[in-house]
Design a protein around this ligand. Structure first.
Ligand code: CP
Length: 314
């Protein structure tokens, strides 16, 4: 079993054994990052970001630099030849001569999959529209595994925009493959978890689902509370966004009924959905989650590039 040369477009591209391989390596890097500081010497990461990003782009860049490699790319497609009308297929056919591995974020669903069809180097989906965000899922699972100890037997609540939330779609489809996880979907009626995903992902795995519009009603039953932003950029009209944007605001007082060891997660960026007074609570895991994203991405790229990770520790 080797991840060398594999694309990561959808979390279902990797088996649970392959996820474990990534998490085991990420754990080793967390423990002794210095020992991995040159395993990707001579390797180049290409970053093609057609949509804004802070965490995904910069954590990928940081990850490659911390592995001893280098980075090139763009964070604003208007500064590239895309603005002259160049297609994704042509862009990737050029980039794969310049880089050894590529991460792409694009507002259109399926764009990274198209790129992978034309690329001679591994392509990683850094988020495509409202579809999938597989490396956020790696980050989320690594966080749960390290802070909770297990990826099985969890009651996981997703709160906010479950319709367009690609981080939610990717994480639900992956947690559904582990043992005995249950899901609680908390959203306004307009932003409910998509019916087609419910059928294909959940009914296939015979998973228990609760749907509600009330966070307060269910918070006491939950092991992981995954908050999400109501995403302005996915709405067709401003009025709908304004009506729904503050549907859920988690405050410290609302945590009073939650389990003492519940994890509050969020892919970030947050807007209003988690009050700042939650940040100091022991259950707030979202900044740790963002930090662990670097280690998940270091492990992923090292394995996709097939570099030697049998480093000598301290
Ligand atoms: N979580 C995440 O994808 O954040 P960015 O949009 O800042 O990359």
């Amino acid at each position: 079993m080797s991840l060398k040369g594999k694309h990561l477009i959808d979390p279902n591209d990797f088996s649970l054994e392959e996820f474990k391989q990534i998490f085991d390596l990420a754990d080793r890097i967390v423990e002794d990052r210095e020992s991995f500081s040159s395993v990707c010497r001579g390797k180049i990461l290409g970053t093609l970001f057609y949509e804004p990003s802070t965490r995904t782009r910069l954590s990928f860049e940081s990850a490659m630099l911390r592995l001893g490699g280098t980075v090139l790319g763009f964070s604003d497609a208007s500064t590239s030849s895309v603005s002259k009308g160049e297609s994704i297929a042509d862009t990737i056919r050029v980039l794969d001569a310049y880089a050894d591995i590529v991460v792409m974020r694009h507002p259109k669903e399926g764009a990274p999959m198209l790129a992978a069809e034309y690329s001679r180097v591994p392509v990683i989906n850094g988020g495509d529209g409202g579809h999938q965000h597989p490396t956020q899922t790696l980050t989320d699972l690594l966080t749960i595994r390290r802070l909770n100890g297990s990826l099985d037997n969890l009651t996981v609540a997703f709160c906010g925009d479950l319709k367009f939330g690609r981080t939610v779609h990717s994480l639900v489809s992956t947690l559904a493959r582990y043992n005995s996880n249950k899901f609680v979907f908390i959203s306004p009626a307009e932003l409910r978890f998509p019916e087609h995903l419910k059928e294909t992902l959940l009914e296939k795995h015979n998973i228990e689902i609760v749907e509600t519009e009330s966070l307060e009603e269910v918070i006491n039953q939950v092991d992981i509370l995954y908050m999400t932003r109501i995403q302005k950029e996915r709405f067709f009209n401003e009025a709908d966004y304004m009506r729904l944007k503050d549907s859920y605001i988690l405050t410290r007082s609302k945590l009073a009924n939650a389990k003492p060891d519940m994890l509050v997660m969020h892919p970030l960026p947050r807007v209003n959905e988690i009050a700042y007074d939650v940040d100091g609570d022991q259950r707030a895991a979202y900044f740790k989650q963002a930090e662990l994203g670097i280690y998940a991405r270091m492990a992923l790229m090292a394995l996709q590039l097939g570099v030697d990770v049998n480093v000598k520790g301290k």
